[in-house]
Ligand binder design. Structure first.
Ligand code: SF4
Length: 476
């Protein structure tokens, strides 16, 4: 994934860019970058690897070199950003968040049409998608036309932030999969992907961009360059898992949605008598509190994250190291576990490995029952729209591995037939997952229940990872 933040102001703004970008640290794990337009109009920028260090620790020493009234910053999963581009539109810095599924085709097209003779290659043989987007923008005679052209060519998703000559251009993805907000202070404007970032910095959130909407900001003005489109497919996982709890998307606060989701799971699901309701830290907590508030069982912090050093969601790529890190992050409270019946809520079940380890640990400490509630339905499809690093291929998903096990002789099982909770196939799949992770019982929230909790027009919500349905054919 990734997230960006930008400021254009009458006053020096580097500190705001620094802290605002830092508030997107939960959205990306590997790269951080900042670019600031200095007094003489030149752009100074810096990019760091933040795999093992927090954004603030890496960038603190750069702040004196990055002075100016207009700046942008980004946290991203693997690609270096912001990129500063010299073009016929002038010199500008650009950040993108999303995933381009037709990157190879766009690169080939660029070579064939002689728009670019080369692209820099990142490690792993990948071309930086932001550079490809810049090449598309540069083919037109204004930023508006260029951004619209890029948006029309990209399959997948893409929200953009461009800084040029003390102006910012903010564009939300064509189908609104990722959010973009505008904030205002006495001295200027800011752009963010998490409106929670405004709360401590004196910005009032004045606008959530609609799908495909493009806005130009100067220190004194906000101008709409392109209106919002009707179609929207905002990512449901913002509310389920990765959105910051203090943030709001389409007017629905993430923590409140999680609480509501827990209440709905309690209303609709079985209600095993338990001593404590617990959340798997951090993203299971909001759902668990909602459940506990109506279940008549107290919320208990049976597992507590060691926040002093494991504050961010860093996850190494090797599975054995991932499992070790996952274990080290959580420290049990034995008194709340031994001889207790527990119900744990987690945001979702991806591979199931870490939940299996957690349940095994709880049982080893002496929990007599460990029931598990997933705050969303079984994940049947990997995400094709965001670089959502939790599952790299469909077969990382525990559901897919179980379906393969249940239908060993079928090379093309009907995945859709595992969606209906009342079907025998669904129940067999869930029972097998329960056995693998070792839970006393296992329940998944239904899609209807989740959409009810989110409380936004369901036509506007992307639910691809549960349904495999792509109404606007942006998958490939
Ligand atoms: S496929 Fe899932 S994770 Fe990806 S945008 Fe849609 S809801 Fe979000």
């Amino acid at each position: 994934m990734g997230g960006f933040f930008g400021v254009v102001s009458k006053k020096e703004c580097t500190n705001f860019v620094f802290y605002g970008t830092d508030y997107h640290s939960h959205l990306g794990t590997r790269r951080g970058g900042m670019a600031v337009t200095s007094e003489d109009g030149s752009i100074n920028s810096t990019i760091h690897d933040i795999s093992n260090v927090q954004f603030r620790a890496k960038f603190e020493t750069d702040l004196n070199k990055l002075k100016g009234n207009c700046g942008i910053g980004v946290i991203s999963d693997y690609d270096d950003q912001p990129l500063t581009i010299h073009s016929r539109l002038g010199t500008y810095s650009i950040i993108s968040v999303g995933k381009i599924n037709n990157l190879k085709e766009l690169v080939a097209e660029s070579f064939n049409d002689h728009h670019s003779g080369h692209f820099l290659e990142m490690s792993g043989g990948i071309i930086n998608p932001t550079e490809v987007i810049a090449t598309l923008i540069n083919q037109k005679s204004s930023f508006l036309e260029g951004i619209q052209y890029a948006m029309s060519k990209i399959k997948g998703s893409c929200s953009l932030l461009v800084m040029s000559q003390n102006s910012l251009y903010a564009a939300r993805d064509r189908y609104g999969r990722t959010p973009v907000f505008i904030g205002k202070s006495d001295d200027g404007y800011a752009v963010t992907m998490e409106d929670a970032a405004f709360l401590n910095m004196g910005f009032r959130c004045i606008k959530e961009l609609g799908s495909g909407q493009i806005i130009k900001l100067t220190a004194d003005s906000m101008t709409e360059l392109a209106p919002a489109q009707k179609e929207m497919q905002i990512c449901a996982f913002l509310w389920v898992y990765y959105g910051y709890p203090s943030s709001n998307y389409e007017g629905q606060n993430s923590e409140v949605v999680r609480n509501r989701n827990g209440i709905i799971m309690h209303e609709n699901g079985p209600k095993p008598p338990v001593d404590y309701v617990c959340g798997v830290p951090d993203s299971g907590v909001g759902h668990a509190i909602g459940y506990s508030n109506v279940a008549g069982a107290p919320y208990g912090r049976a597992l507590i994250k060691y926040t002093p050093t494991w504050a961010r969601s860093f996850m190494p790529s090797e599975q054995c190291h991932r499992d070790l890190v996952a274990k080290m992050k959580l420290i049990p409270v034995e008194e709340l576990i031994k001889n207790k019946k527990l119900l744990f809520c987690d945001d979702s079940i991806v591979r199931g490995t870490q939940l299996k380890n957690i349940i095994h640990r709880l049982r080893t400490i002496g929990a007599t029952e460990v029931h598990l509630l997933s705050a969303c339905p079984p994940l049947l499809y990997g995400c094709p729209y965001l670089n959502f690093s939790r599952a790299k291929s469909d077969f990382d998903l525990i559901t897919r591995r179980v379906i393969r096990e249940l239908e060993p002789d079928n090379p093309n099982p009907d995945i859709d037939s595992y969606q209906d909770p009342s079907s025998e196939k669904y129940q067999k799949m869930v029972e097998r997952i329960r056995q693998i992770i070792g839970a006393s019982s296992l329940e998944f929230q239904t899609l209807q229940g989740l959409l009810k909790a989110i409380d936004v027009d369901p036509q506007k919500i992307c639910t691809y990872c549960w349904t495999g349905k792509d109404p606007y054919n942006q998958k490939e």
